[in-house]
Design a binder for this molecule. Sequence first.
Ligand SMILES: [Zn+2]
Ligand SMILES: [Zn+2]
Length: 198
Amino acid sequence: MKRPSAVRRCADCGELLGRGYPECSSCVGVLEGLWLADWHVLCEVRDVDTVAARRALAEHVLAAAVGVYEWTCVDVAMSLVECPSCARELGTGPLGCVLCGIAEETRWAWYHEAPEGAINSNEYALRRARVALRAPHRYRETVLLNWRLTLPFLLAGQMTDGRPAQWRTAYLRAGRYEELASALSYHQLMAIRELPWR
Ligand SMILES: [Zn+2]
Ligand SMILES: [Zn+2]
């Protein structure tokens, strides 16, 4: 995956690059570019160049066994296919949509069933961030804030583990997002943490 080499500020939305996802087109471009690079290679290999053919390829990818296609291609395929039940992008419907629920379960089965090394923990975190931010109604507010906060650091490869650390969740619950968001690197973010026993 080709990614920004450092944490930068987005010229369009003024946030650290990635935090404007999915509203800011520049932030979207940088994040989605990681996924689309793999998808475009697949389309080229399959000689797919029309909208209808891309959709057919997306359905084929989703029907294949876990691990056959890159996880990035599975994600792009899901965003090209409409849920037959709720008509939203597959996996992003209301929590009550059973078909979106099944699609999400299948997406995450990738992590456990794909060949070892097919996805590293940084990529797994980026994947979770993208999924949550595309379907915010399916997640808790602190989870969404944690992904927004950490996305620029994940993109630049400064963080390898995106799991919401308990201390960050405590800060977010206390309404201190802006304070955490002022950090310009993962190192600075970690330095904000106050320890109750000090
Ligand atoms: Zn932006
Ligand atoms: Zn649905």
